[in-house]
Design a protein around this ligand. Structure first.
Ligand code: ADP
Ligand code: FBP
Ligand code: MG
Length: 372
């Protein structure tokens, strides 16, 4: 049988779970599957740590029973709370009025011992899983990972949960923007998330019938974008839809930074490229242009059926990994099976859009411009 082989480890009695990094639809579905599998299949006790690694550092935890997970399968967000700060190896503190960063990972070990946790399930993206890897390698903690992110940029799994929901939200937005763009004969630029990987922009653009898609992997020339729009105009098409990933940048140019978030490992928050592109289109073509920034709408709401199923399989898979004693590993999708990979592989490489891949080729063949 393929998948995770479980030779049940009888010493496991209590497991902990936390959600870290940016939230995404399906986190609750994972938590529900972890709790149900742990209790029903293996008779374990589950402890939920609140607000990502913050809860492990500050000892904020509560038992999770089957009652606690009733009704959460379709609910977005995470009942445990999350944060994209609170790295235990680089934790901000005020000492003598000065902000300093300290390694407080020993507190994590202490709190895990206080709660008699035999294994910890960490549901997160590259950042949270990197911390999980460090806790496993340097502190010897029995950690198992579950990959989440709407960006779908983790290379060790075919797909992260949350992406499909974000993709559907972005596609629905393009459909809606089409009708207003068409009525007003306007260019509408939709800015979607995706810092280094343009999966949401590419797939939503394809699904929604965008005319131009700009992604971080393909630096664009404004000249080519304008040409696509004016070509359409000449064909009598009086509106165009441009989908741009927040991390897209012009050839030889930089990403547009909206603000910096202190205490974050990757402190730069992107945003604004949509307005830049929209303004230049209006200047060059004389056509009216508007921008919509989809922002955190993409991270909210009820997960799609696909994400609910994937999240559920990851949740059960993570408990199976724990019971198989496969610590330092992460569950992953190797279609059609749920398997596992070392956390080191999971956080090693970003899954970027292959620029000469089939999706880009198909998009170009139906006339979509990438501004290259
Ligand atoms: N490469 C990294 N190595 C170690 N810690 C990281 C790394 N990237 C981010 N972090 C830390 O991990 C936490 C979560 O990261 P973030 O990127 O917000 O979420 P995600 O888990 O979704 O990637 C933050 O505390 C951040 O400081
Ligand atoms: O919630 P914040 O701090 O605004 O972060 C925004 C970033 O988080 C994401 O939504 C998801 O990133 P992570 O999966 O790494 O958490 C990115 O697409 C976006 O750039
Ligand atoms: Mg991250």
């Amino acid at each position: 049988m393929e998948g995770i082989n479980v030779a049940v480890n009888k010493t496991i009695r209590r497991i902990g779970v936390l959600t870290g990094g940016g939230d995404c639809p399906g986190l609750n579905a994972v938590i529900r599957a972890v709790v149900k599998t742990a209790i029903r299949e293996y008779r374990l006790t589950v402890v939920g740590f609140e607000n990502g690694f913050g809860g492990l550092i500050q000892n904020r935890a509560r038992d999770l029973t089957e009652k606690d997970v009733v009704g959460i399968l379709p609910r977005g967000g995470t009942i445990l709370g999350t944060t994209n700060r609170d790295n235990p190896f680089h934790y901000p503190m005020i000492i003598n009025g000065q902000k300093v960063f300290k390694d407080v990972s020993d507190r994590v070990v202490e709190n895990i011992n206080i709660h008699n946790i035999d294994a910890m399930i960490i549901i997160g993206g590259d950042g949270s899983l990197s911390i999980g890897k460090e806790l496993f390698e340097e502190k010897g903690l029995p950690v198992v990972g579950v990959p989440k992110t709407i960006d779908n940029d983790l290379s060790a799994t075919d797909q992260t949960f949350g992406f499909d929901t974000a993709l559907n939200t972005a596609t629905e937005a393009i459909d809606k923007l089409h009708t207003t763009a068409e009525s007003h004969h306007r260019i509408i630029v939709l800015e979607v998330m995706g810092r280094y990987a343009g999966w949401i922009a590419l797939e939503a653009g394809l699904a929604g019938g965008a005319d131009v898609i700009l992604i971080p992997e393909i630096p664009f020339s404004m000249e080519n974008v304008i040409k696509k729009i004016t070509d359409r105009q000449e064909q009598g098409k009086k509106f165009s839809i441009v989908v741009v990933a927040e991390g897209a940048k012009p050839v030889g140019g930089e990403m547009v930074v909206q603000r910096r978030v202190e205490d974050s490992f990757d402190p730069v928050r992107l945003g604004g490229i949509g307005n830049v592109v929209s303004y230049q289109i209006e200047e060059e073509t004389g056509m009216e242009s508007r921008t919509t920034v989809l922002g955190h709408l993409q991270r909210g709401g009820t997960p799609t059926a696909f994400d609910r199923i994937l999240a559920t399989r990851y949740g059960t898979g993570a408990v199976n990994l724990v019971m198989a004693g496969k610590f330092g590993e992460m569950v992953c999708l190797r279609t059609p099976n749920i398997e596992s990979v070392p956390l080191a592989d999971a956080v090693g490489e970003q899954r970027l859009v292959p620029v000469d891949g089939d999706l880009i080729r198909a998009a170009k063949q139906i006339g979509i411009s990438f501004g290259d």
